[in-house]
Design a protein around this ligand. Structure first.
Ligand code: HEM
Length: 423
């Protein structure tokens, strides 16, 4: 069975292009080979077929998880994510876990989180003067938000202690070459080797987290997500184990920290270069704020693909594909199609105000189907609150030219960190 055409360059070259200049790479291969296109990178052992037309994207998201599991694509995270992690599960166990995890993200509890997120955002942005690398600041802010809202950290000391250990652990997995090297080697050559250091960081992190869970169990209450997770009961009325709660907290951390920070850094990168958009934000119109959030995620999505590995042959958009390959909805290409998004590369929030309805499979920064981002309502609320605070700032770009996209672990970030000058 022949795969759709794609670049003939060696996998090493494609891997480098994929990491160093992901947007340029995707634009180039789409221009040359169209939709679908097959790429070969070290990211997955198998070739990966990327689709971007909404009909094909819909078919990818509707694939039966028994035939096209997504959990296997995260396998390399297992040593950190843990065996109960939603990221690694498929089929019924995945759906069960999803029902548990998603519940607190809706309704009243979500609304309760908003004031705290708004306050943390205002406090952070209120300290900005001169040159600010927004990606660094947003990593700090989104981590603090997760620690307080999700983990229920109550004091400055708790935030500082957990934050320090988490940063140490994530440092070990943020560099893609280092992760790939660790996964390939996965041997502990002593405490100074990358794998040894990583394992030690995860152990320190686990000890702190399990201690936090034990303290919250003995003093229940509070309105954090952790307290909601502790109230979970499965179909038989059983409470989750500490290890299970630990894996849920880590899934929320892995899913929600770098992705939100990257999207927010892109928001600053775009706003600094579009003063008219920034000025209009200050009017306080919530429909416009929503439009800016949507447009940032369309034109600069933090994640570029939602991959699934085929265990059986399937046909997508009329293309027969063999078992053993990866297929992916390409979020980046789907949201840059000129046939669906006029002037697709332009940052133009007004397009969202004109009442024109786009195909739901054309705006997919959160992926789709049964694996669509479990934290999407939270992520959008967080972006709205940070941009509301940003509307009051006076910012301009440090350099006029737009920042390129580069990969940092799983997400795509501005290559100069979304640097801005604040006056
Ligand atoms: C702007 C920020 C965010 C973006 C762009 C984003 C994007 C995504 C994407 C593309 C996926 C994979 C979807 C798929 O494979 O079809 C995903 C999954 C996930 N996200 Fe997010 N996310 C964001 C924020 C968050 C937040 C704040 C949380 C939680 C606090 C979160 C938790 C998760 C979880 C748990 C999953 C796994 C869902 C599953 O496997 O069923 N994300 N996210």
């Amino acid at each position: 069975m022949e795969l759709p055409a794609g670049p003939r360059a060696p996998a090493l070259w494609q891997t480098v292009a994929w990491m160093v200049r992901p947007a340029a790479f995707l634009r180039r291969i789409h221009g040359r080979f169209g939709d679908p296109v097959t790429i070969r990178t070290f990211w997955t052992e198998e070739p990966m077929v990327l689709f971007s037309h909404p009909n094909a994207v819909r078919e990818v998201f509707q694939l039966d998880p028994a035939i096209a599991p997504a959990g296997e694509s995260w396998e390399f995270l297992r040593p950190f994510a843990g065996p109960h992690s939603i990221l690694l599960l498929d089929g019924d166990p995945h759906l069960r876990e999803r029902r548990l995890l998603q519940r607190p993200f809706h309704g009243e509890r979500m609304r309760q989180f908003r004031p705290m997120v708004a306050e943390l955002a205002q406090r952070e942005l209120g300290t900005w003067r001169g040159r600010v690398v927004t990606l660094e600041r947003m990593r700090q802010l989104t981590l603090e938000i997760i620690l307080r809202v999700v983990f229920g950290a109550r004091t400055e000391a708790e935030v500082a202690q957990l934050g320090g250990v988490i940063e140490d652990t994530l440092e070990g997995v943020r560099s893609l070459p280092r992760v790939l090297a660790m996964v390939v080697v996965r041997r502990d050559f002593g405490p100074r080797s990358p794998w040894g250091r990583f394992r030690a960081a995860v152990e320190r992190f686990d000890a702190l987290l399990l201690d936090l869970v034990a303290r919250r169990r003995s003093h229940p209450g509070g309105d954090s997500l952790l307290s909601a997770l502790l109230e979970q009961r499965d179909e038989d009325g059983g409470a989750p184990t500490d290890q299970h709660i630990r894996d849920q907290l880590v899934a929320l951390l892995v899913g929600g920290h770098d992705s939100s920070a990257a999207s927010l850094a892109w928001a600053f990168e775009r706003l600094a270069r579009h003063p008219a958009v920034h000025a209009r934000l200050a009017d306080g119109d919530s429909a416009y704020l929503d439009a800016v959030v949507k447009e940032v995620m369309r034109v600069r999505p933090a994640l570029t693909i939602a991959p699934r590995r085929l265990l059986e042959p399937v046909a997508i958009a009329g293309r027969a594909l063999p078992a053993g390959v990866q297929v992916a909805a390409c979020l980046w290409l789907a949201m840059r199609r000129e046939d669906l998004w006029p002037c697709a590369g332009a940052f133009w929030p007004e397009r969202w105000l004109e009442g024109s309805k786009s195909d739901p499979m054309a705006w997919i920064p959160f992926g789709g189907g049964v694996r669509r981002c479990a934290g999407a309502p939270f992520a959008e609320m967080e972006m709205r609150e940070v941009l509301r605070a940003a509307a009051k700032l006076n910012i301009r770009p440090v350099r006029a030219e737009a920042e390129h996209a580069r990969r940092s672990m799983l997400v795509v970030v501005p290559d100069r960190g979304g640097e801005v000058l604040v006056r």
